[in-house]
Design a binder for this molecule. Structure first.
Ligand code: SF4
Length: 134
């Protein structure tokens, strides 16, 4: 499961936060401050994509979900990842749904293991082959 460890609040009472932009490998440390009128002020970005990222991170954060799904015999685990980011607020429910699913062997990389997980429109796809039970 993804951890949310790249975000740190610098001044919660002021509505300020800092976190790293993950859009490209440069990894700018963004400082984001809410201003009046629900606008946000972003600094630390080296390009405009950092502003878009900060907007999403503040208003509707999303994460790629990586986890494992049991096979029907429950002897093996299939590594899976979401094909798109899921809303962070639904991440726990998506993990619980993934835990309730059993994958049928053989599994090939890219196979959809769970479609439309928790109604998000996002699929969990296999990130490795699993051709037989261990
Ligand atoms: S702000 Fe721009 S340069 Fe910096 S990490 Fe984000 S995308 Fe890369």
């Amino acid at each position: 499961m993804m951890e949310d460890n790249h975000v740190s609040k610098t001044s919660p009472d002021m509505g300020s936060r800092s976190f790293y932009c993950t859009v490209c490998p440069v990894g700018c440390r963004l400082s984001v401050r809410k201003t009046e009128g629900d606008e946000i002020d972003v600094s630390g970005n080296e390009c405009p994509r950092g502003i878009d990222y900060a907007e999403r991170e503040v208003r509707n954060p999303e994460r790629i979900l990586t986890t494992t799904v049991r096979t029907e015999s429950s002897n093996s685990l299939v590594p899976v990842r979401s094909d798109k980011p899921v809303p962070l607020k639904l991440l726990r429910e998506c993990v619980l749904e993934a835990n309730s699913v059993r994958a049928r062997i053989p599994v090939h990389i890219g196979d959809v293991i769970v479609g439309n997980i928790h109604g998000t429109g996002v699929s969990l796809v296999a990130s490795a082959d699993l051709l037989r039970e261990d």
